[in-house]
Write a protein that binds this ligand. Sequence first.
Ligand SMILES: [Zn+2]
Length: 262
Amino acid sequence: MNDYFRNKIQKELENIKDMECQNLINELKKEPYYLENKLERYLEYSKVNNKKKIKDIIREVNSNRDFPFYHHLISAEPSKKELILVNKYYYLKDNYIPPLVEMEKNYAQGLNRKITKETYYYFKAMVNKARQDKIILYSVSGFRSYEYQKKLYQDYVLKDGEKVADTYSARAGHSEHETGYAIDINTTFSSAHFEDSKEFLWLQKNASKYGFILRYPQDKENITGFKFEPWHYRFVGIKVAQYLKVHALTLEEYYAYFVENK
Ligand SMILES: [Zn+2]
């Protein structure tokens, strides 16, 4: 083949590539949670994940999943209050302690009975309403300090190894329990099958009315980085909780578009 044809073919290939790229950009821009400042990352990510749906490219990049867990560290923002995001990318400092109140014993068991004031206010309202419906709810774990989380995670690593421990326990600085806005309700044992209980069904129906979300749903492990935890609820306020429920969004996705993007 002579140079003339070689160049011609090369040029045509480039044109096709440009057109494909432009089509992809157009598709990306049509998505509801598209973020202009992440365009390059969407394009990079779709190059290596060309079988993924456009919606998932957006969802995953917005949740930083184009980086491996714990490899793209961002300082968490306590100023965001109940919308703070803490996960395998966003971390809190080792000395972080939010303002806390202690839950009364008829609302909480165990050692970690502290929680932020507004979380407690809405949790109490929810527990009281549940009792009227003959559903008994109580906290088994509220706020946990960095040091406490560190010990907890290390114990799990000793028991199950790092890889398995990472699927169900957060490393210190990366646990939502350090924010004071998360509560484990009634159990933390997957062997308890809390998802099959009437208490879980009640929460499915009612938690968002009190501003709580099921933080680690069954089908969102790839986004949240955690296995399904039917007992772990996170206070985000009523409006946001209802939005997340209606749109089946995780806090990661919501945060990228509505909180960080502001
Ligand atoms: Zn939890």
